[in-house]
Design a protein around this ligand. Structure first.
Ligand SMILES: Cc1cc2nc3c(=O)[nH]c(=O)nc-3n(C[C@H](O)[C@H](O)[C@H](O)COP(=O)(O)OP(=O)(O)OC[C@H]3O[C@@H](n4cnc5c(N)ncnc54)[C@H](O)[C@@H]3O)c2cc1C
Length: 465
């Protein structure tokens, strides 16, 4: 019997009384709401959820869990595909109350607490005409995203989120607190940049920010019948496109809802979602002419100037919390003609209107960092692919899984072995090792140093060496 089953109410009450935040138990009326994750397909029932208000609460939660041998999960934004921000019958260290963001416009840095969402960071930074290179959906947690690597519209120009990480405050498995940076605990800092939540609870991040304000961006879609032409063109175009331009491939169905024009509702499409951060007077030459004039007429073209923050929230209305999600990911080096054929074939069988495949460019500045400079090993991948079966209706879960798995089975032989850790489901040690490649052994050694008992194991787990 694990010790947690014997936890008595006095022990729990004492822990609760010491927190500035709140402790949510199964008997609490808001337990059901509090345990819910972004992915409605995941149904985990933790014993306790400690909503920490500050670093002291996090220390106390780590110590409590150790003393009582509780399985412990750490939750930033709760967006993780396989639900690794929660666990069954254990303790969830929930950071969602810790949302402070401080911008230093002189030094162009952003300090964000670990409960921030992408939207929280974007909102604070945009007021100063700045942005941190990170993800593309505002409800995503900045913590899990950063620790896995983090890619989005600014990656080609400014690198991954981890390439812009300057410092992190970390509560370690023994409850002590350290700062990890290029000059303090350098080994830990190296591991945090891509190694996920394996090494401790990060309570705040310091990022380098960049001047990004009004961008030229938005979606442009073609009928799926033109997909092969559009994708082959894109493959060549990306190799020479200015780094200010980041167009990712969106394959899916036009949702049957406003604001999409009724005439194209339900149409299968191959699209681009574009972000151009260069001078607007050069947009015609860099974006408009190549995309609009060298390709067949699109069925929808909403590209235009907009605040970066608006581009970052474009997908939000379509992606509320609680839908069914099933993910499969891969790193892609080359998009061969055969791979393009397979993408088109499997998008042709897409099971629901919200299901998608996205192919994000991660070349440019991402390739300027060496594969051993951070834990993110796959610096030679040109794209990060994600296939997502998505639908509000739980009855469609089996169809989402089957489609995503069949699609991935067909396309994976054309890709690299590993995948972005934030796009993995629970796929076993081999996939994790393939993702970290030659960095795995160093990660395992650092894990042994900072977390020898594998206390932090609800994650894409790296076992202590
Ligand atoms: C709609 C959607 C859009 C997305 N778009 C992008 C994108 O554009 N770019 C991109 O790079 N990724 C994207 N992702 C993937 C995203 O990076 C992962 O889902 C990531 O896990 C989310 O982080 P989180 O904090 O919300 O996750 P959580 O579920 O809270 O946690 C995920 C993992 O990180 C660990 N963790 C979380 N916080 C901490 C912490 N403070 N200290 C230590 N460990 C911690 C957890 O233990 C867990 O293992 C997207 C996901 C979704 C659902």
């Amino acid at each position: 019997m694990t010790k947690n089953i014997m936890l008595n109410s006095t022990t729990i009450d004492k822990f609760k009384a010491g927190l500035r935040g709140e402790l949510i138990q199964r008997s609490d009326p808001h337990y059901e709401e509090a345990r819910r994750l972004y992915n409605g397909m995941i149904d985990k029932r933790p014993l306790l959820i400690a909503r920490c208000a500050d670093v002291a609460d996090v220390i106390s939660a780590v110590r409590f869990a150790r003393e009582n041998e509780l399985l412990t999960a750490v939750r930033g934004g709760g967006h993780n595909g396989p639900g690794l921000g929660s666990c069954n019958d254990g303790l969830v260290i929930d950071l969602s109350l810790m949302k402070g963001v401080r911008i230093d416009p002189q030094n162009r840095t952003v300090r964000a607490e670990a409960g921030c969402t992408q939207g929280g960071v974007d909102h604070a930074a945009h007021a100063f005409g700045l942005a941190v290179p990170a993800g593309i959906v505002s409800s995503t947690g900045i913590a899990g995203l950063t620790l896995g690597g983090g890619h989005g519209y600014l990656s080609r120009k400014y690198g991954l989120t981890i390439d812009n990480l300057l410092e992190a405050d970390v509560v370690l498995a023994d409850g002590s607190v350290v700062v990890a940076s290029a000059t303090e605990h350098e080994d830990l800092f190296w591991a945090l940049r891509g190694g996920g939540g394996n090494f401790g609870v990060v309570t705040s991040f310091l990022y380098r920010a960049h001047p990004v304000s009004t961008v030229y961006g938005g979606p442009i879609f073609w009928d799926l019948k033109d997909a092969s032409v559009v994708m082959k063109w894109y493959r060549e175009f990306l190799a020479k496109a200015p780094l200010d331009l980041s167009p990712f491939v969106h394959l899916g169905i036009v949702p049957s809802t406003d604001p999409f024009p009724k005439g194209i509702w339900g149409k299968k499409t191959c699209g681009r979602v574009v972000c151009y951060t260069g001078p607007l007077e050069q947009v015609e030459e860099a974006v408009v002419r190549p995309i609009r004039k060298e390709l067949p007429p699109p069925i929808l073209d909403w590209m235009g100037p907009m605040p970066f923050q608006a581009l970052q929230t474009l997908f939000d209305p379509l992606l509320p919390k609680g839908m069914q999600w099933y993910w499969k990911g891969d790193f892609v080096k080359e998009l061969s003609d055969r791979a393009i054929e397979l993408h088109v074939e499997h998008i042709g069988k897409v099971p629901t209107e919200l299901s998608i495949a996205h192919i994000y460019p991660i070349n440019g500045a991402v390739h300027k960092v060496g594969r051993h400079e951070t834990a993110w090993n796959c610096r030679d991948a040109t794209w990060s692919l994600v296939i997502c079966g998505i639908d509000p209706n739980p009855a469609n879960a089996p169809a989402l899984k089957t489609w995503a798995k069949e699609y991935w089975d067909a396309i994976h032989p054309h890709n690299l072995k590993g995948a972005y850790v934030n796009y993995l489901m629970e796929e076993g040690e081999e996939r994790i090792r393939a993702t970290y490649g030659g960095n795995y052994d160093r990660l395992a050694a650092i894990k042994k140093k900072y977390d020898p008992t594998n206390f932090f194991r609800v994650n894409q787990n790296i076992k202590p060496a």
